[in-house]
Design a protein around this ligand. Structure first.
Ligand code: XMP
Length: 314
């Protein structure tokens, strides 16, 4: 994509022709889906219904924040709290691909329910190039079933439109910046959310622990970057391992959870390098996590590049 303004104009013209009735989009408030929603909204206005689903696997404060953000952009917003359904569907499930498939399929079900209510006949998705390439498109091996591709298209009764399908992440950010969207610089967040960062069964309780840990990692790294202690990584978060270890609190034995700090530099998510965060910062994160979250007794730092690791752990 050489000319951003031209890409936007052409997309809007194409979308006007492509979409006849009512369209629906699942918007997470992330760069991809928000950019797709705003593009389509420019083409068909109120005929685009923007659905924001709280899966229960969102980050701290995210549900409220995204609702404000999308509402303020003038999108026709429908909020669905489906967290109980998601926690129930993932009960007893710990295999990563099964988790991804279940979440992807349930998402489609929730959408179809909303689409039926508003009689939508077109489904807009914020799929970008790495999503379908890594989901086994283009004759490649399936590395992970990305959420916005998993479960499609067999189960879908709507026409699928993906306005960002040929773009890489840095190109989507350019489009978002050109559209004046504050989310342009937001770090990526996987469609299945915190469920793929809680290794093993992603229960409500374990997700709550991880949510706190992620918030601390974000807060500490962002304040270190603001004060010039380090560069802001491309992506940074916490992972909760399904491994307990022995610790000590006061003079009492504790058998508790293990949290991983993950921070990477990348251009498009296809490859990544572990960020060399300053040791003092890692130490502050560790102390902050173990002081705040009683269940956690151990914090470790992931220094694996992609490949061979992936950015997310599942
Ligand atoms: P991996 O873990 O495959 O992730 O190295 C590459 C980038 O993609 C994000 N990611 C996803 N994004 N749906 C998405 O929209 C997904 O299912 C998904 N899984 C991973 C990940 O956070 C990283 O930025």
């Amino acid at each position: 994509m050489k000319d951003v303004a031209r890409f936007i104009d052409q997309s809007i013209e194409k979308l006007k022709k492509e979409i006849e009735g009512t369209a629906i989009i699942a918007c997470s408030g992330g760069v991809d889906s928000t950019t797709a929603a705003v593009l389509v909204n420019k083409a068909i206005g109120e005929r685009l219904v923007t659905v924001f689903v709280d899966t229960g696997y969102l980050r701290k404060g995210e549900s409220e924040h995204v609702q404000d953000l999308l509402g303020n952009m003038g999108l026709n917003l429908h909020f669905v709290d489906a967290s109980n359904e998601f926690f129930k569907a993932l009960r007893g499930v710990s295999e990563p691909e099964r988790k991804r498939k279940i979440i992807g399929n349930l998402f489609i079900k929730v959408f179809e329910r909303e689409a039926g209510k508003v009689k939508a006949d077109t489904l807009i998705q914020g799929t970008i190039a790495p999503d379908w390439i890594e989901s086994g498109g283009a004759l490649r091996d399936t590395i992970k079933s990305h959420h916005n591709v998993g479960g499609l298209p067999e189960k879908m009764k709507m026409k699928l439109v993906e306005p960002l399908r040929d773009l890489y992440k840095d190109e989507v950010r350019k489009v978002a910046r050109h559209l004046g969207l504050e989310i342009a610089e937001k770090q990526p967040f996987p469609g299945p959310g915190l469920a793929v960062r809680v290794l093993g069964e992603a229960t409500r309780e374990r997700t709550g622990i991880l949510r706190e840990a992620c918030a601390i990692v974000e807060e500490e790294i962002e304040s270190a970057a603001e004060s010039g202690e380090c560069e802001i990584p491309w992506q940074y978060f916490a992972v909760l391992l399904p491994v307990k270890s022995v610790g000590v609190r006061g003079d009492v034995r504790a058998y508790g959870e293990t949290v991983v700090i993950r921070a990477v530099g990348s251009l498009d998510g296809m490859t990544a390098s572990a960020s060399p965060l300053p040791y003092q910062l890692l130490e502050r994160i560790s102390v902050h996590i173990t002081n705040t979250i009683g269940e956690v007794v151990r914090v470790v730092y992931d220094v694996t590049h992609k490949p061979p690791g992936t950015i997310e752990w599942e």
